[in-house]
Design a protein around this ligand. Structure first.
Ligand code: HSE
Length: 433
């Protein structure tokens, strides 16, 4: 340890010592001298709170293992709280109490911020202290700070991206080796990307929490996970992906937050989307994440990297901890800004191009019957393709720009048509180039 007479010590209390917590404690210990040399602040982990103190935990010298989370927050030996326990309660209560005691908080808690973020941001501002949360969205990728600071003056029109690594891994396998969804999911589980219960990832809820936080910061509006329109990837087939590729698109699960310039409403959604093969998002493979931000003056910016994992996430936590520690010693804090409570744009009001697949009987008049449905609903066809013959015929349509409600009407009509055996995946074109 390097001695520095003017070092300002900031004592850290860490709530949680799981994958991220233990990686953070290790990283902060390793980097301590370098942080001191570059910032003048010495970070010391004084307390680490765990649920089960009987398990083996490797802690740095001087750090005490505790099980009383409330005691950690209240402790006179803790200046800054690092919340890495996850979940809503008791994390909400503990963070609120820390802020109430003017102790800065750094958290990676996506679920909590996607539900209570705006009230916690207000509590931090009211206490004139920091609540920083880079690690809550896309692990090791710096995204929140660029949105919050670097792009503060930038009118943002859209933020969209691959914010879930598990589903990107599954879609990569389905696309590159033609694996069925269930085979690709089993591989993701075997490699430890997907949980035993994969629902939160594959049904899009994890991505919804992330895009809710991103949208709140990018547009200064209150967006909660429950406000986000969500569709997952569990109904996609390898055939949907193959046909999309024939039309020049990759299939990606995207989180999209988009400003409608006419109504000033923001649409926030998660769904499988068609991305033109020459769009940089199409090249994001395996479990990587990437987010594209479109600003009026900045143009398109892309943020790419590891969206999960102990070490990448710990790196994001540490960056925030150093900032909050410096701010604490300077008696200042980051500005999170004001958040409007505005109505979000309804999903039924969005407009885009769509790919629709129908399994049909292959006989005269079927195409006429099906295209009649599009015509009656004012949906114009850009391209069509037939796959297979006889009993296995499949018609795939790519529409021009169309309204979601009109397309949903078409789907309802197709489902009631005798000639349509099955209505397949509905894929929205999000990025044409
Ligand atoms: N399960 C997430 C993912 C990481 O697959 O990206 C945690 O948010």
């Amino acid at each position: 340890m390097v001695a520095q007479p003017n070092a300002q010590v900031v004592r850290l209390g860490v709530l949680g010592h799981g994958v991220v917590g233990s990686a953070f404690v290790k990283l902060v210990t390793q980097q301590s001298d370098q942080i001191l040399a570059r910032s003048g602040v010495r970070l010391e982990v004084t307390k680490v709170c765990v649920r089960d103190a009987k398990k083996k935990h490797n802690l740095p010298k001087g750090a005490v293992l505790v099980t009383d989370s409330n005691g950690l927050v209240q402790s006179a030996d803790v200046d800054l709280v690092v919340e890495l326990m996850g979940g809503i309660e008791p994390a909400l209560k503990l963070i609120s109490e820390s802020l109430g005691k003017h102790k800065p908080v750094v958290t990676a808690n996506k679920a909590l911020l996607a539900k209570h973020g705006v009230e916690l941001f207000a509590a931090a501002d009211a206490a004139s202290t920091d609540l920083l949360f880079e690690a809550a969205v896309c692990g090791g990728i710096p995204l929140i700070r660029p949105l919050r600071e670097s792009l503060r003056g930038e009118p943002i029109s859209r933020v969209m991206g691959i914010v879930n690594g598990t589903t990107n891994f599954i879609l990569t396998k389905m696309s590159e080796v033609g694996a069925d969804y269930s085979v690709a999911l089993a591989e993701a589980q075997k490699l430890g990307f997907a949980e035993a219960d994969p629902t939160a990832d594959v049904e899009g809820h994890d991505a919804a929490a992330k895009i809710a936080i991103i949208a709140s910061i990018a547009f200064g509006t209150t967006v909660r996970a429950e406000d986000v329109y969500v569709e997952g990837i569990s109904k996609l087939t390898a055939a949907d992906i193959t046909i999309a590729r024939k039309f020049g698109y990759a299939v990606k699960l995207l989180g999209v937050a988009e400003l409608d310039a006419t109504t000033s409403m923001v649409s926030v959604r998660v769904h499988p989307a068609l991305v033109a093969l020459n769009n940089p998002l199409a090249a994001v493979r395996e479990s990587f994440n990437a987010v594209l931000v479109d600003g009026e003056s900045s143009g398109s910016l892309m943020f790419y990297g590891r969206g999960a994992g102990g070490e990448p996430t710990a790196s994001a936590v540490l960056g925030d901890v150093i900032d909050a520690a410096i701010n604490l010693r300077k008696g200042t804090h980051a500005l999170l800004g004001a958040f409007k409570s505005t109505k979000l744009k309804e999903m039924s009001a969005i407009n885009c191009e769509y790919m629709i697949g129908l399994e049909v009987a292959d006989k005269p008049g079927v195409l006429h019957a099906v295209t009649g449905v599009f015509a009656r609903n004012g949906v114009s066809i850009r391209a069509a393709e037939q796959d297979g013959i006889g009993e296995d015929a499949r018609l795939v349509f790519l529409t021009h720009d169309a309204n979601e409600a009109a397309v949903q009407n078409c789907l309802r009509e197709f489902k009631s048509q005798d000639v349509v055996k099955h209505v397949g995946a509905l894929l929205r074109v999000v990025a044409n180039s």
